[in-house]
Design a protein around this ligand. Sequence first.
Ligand SMILES: [Zn+2]
Length: 436
Amino acid sequence: MTIFRARVLDTPTSPFAGGTLRSDDDCGLLVGDGVITARGPFDAVRAEHLDEPVLDLREGLLLPGLVDTHVHFPQVRVIGGLGLPLLDWLDRYALPEEMRLADVDHARGVARDFVAGLVDAGTTTALVFGAHQAPAVDVMFEAADHWGLRVTTGLVTSDRLLPEPLLTTAERAHAESLALAGRWHGKGRLRYAVTPRFSLSASEAMLEACAATLAEVPGSLFTSHLNENVHEIREVAALFGGASYVDTYDRFGLVTARSVLAHDVHPTDAELRTLAERGAAVAHCPTSNAALGSGLFPLRRHVEAGVRVALGSDVGAGTGFSLFKEGLQAYFVQQLLGPEGMLLTSAHLLWLSTAAGADALGLGDEVGDLSVGKQFDAVWVLPESGDPLAVGLDNASSPDDALSKVFALGTSSDVGGVWVGGEQIAAGRWRSPRLR
Ligand SMILES: [Zn+2]
């Protein structure tokens, strides 16, 4: 067992439901077998456990491990392709790169780059949009397992309107998905996600096959894209006889409490009602939405409809792995919406980056905050002395103010350490996968 001594900030209760930032200036967290078994003032925890080693992290801040609910593994190398709307960006940047993952050695390099991006950003849990090629998805699972990250991912499936090398059939997608799930679902911290790319590129037969896989893999998740771009939405409606985008999934039973749908920038009120009734979650990806000019996310309408919302980086349309940047951009978007926006405090941003994501992924009992009984998944924010963030933290007027500075100024370079299930996997520029 180890006692972690730190200034700890987390959000065990949603600020959207009256919760506030929990801040403990000199907190002791006793961790054994990866689980937090005691929490309190350091002196009190220490007095009860005099023989346990102490790891002193009082410089900087300790936050729960960050949770990214939408991030594309094959797109790490195309981050920064600016200047195009969604469908043109896919054709120019994303899809050519995704075709290259047919080469499994190439896929292995991409997976290495991708996992390094997550770890460096302090992301310990992620719902990862996989690849269209089953061997590349195996490689992604291997990389996540090697590092011990909590990753849910799966085969991306499409049977129309994409370049031919990315297409499959409903039968083949079903068989390959079941085989992948058989190899990886429930192994360590890994789970399977049924992942049609979007209903634009998935026929009714493909969506039926997705429903079959979801039913045949207990505990699997469903993820896809939703209402991202107005042109895309029109195309989807034309393909499905005028149906709403949510209905294209819902009619196949794919909108449930195990569903995470990315974007939803342009929902109708009826769609929001359906999402809320089914208990589905939305992954809000604010830098992606801005980079592709998709629109300003209507957070207030989601919250008022009772739809769960968390954050996603949407790498590679998103501009990086850091959920601090996504949180800041989410704040910007709400400011720009004027009276229709929601004023987000730093506690809201931390909630959206941690506990909301854990809840969206069905992991709310395990991770998302640093309470007793939770896994010790944590990120140590440790800016270099003299850096504007270090100056800001030294001069913060309150814990909420300190946390605002983390979202305003924090980058992956400020991540001083990362733990998953009590195991340290990164410290500054040093990174270490688990030896197994
Ligand atoms: Zn996406």
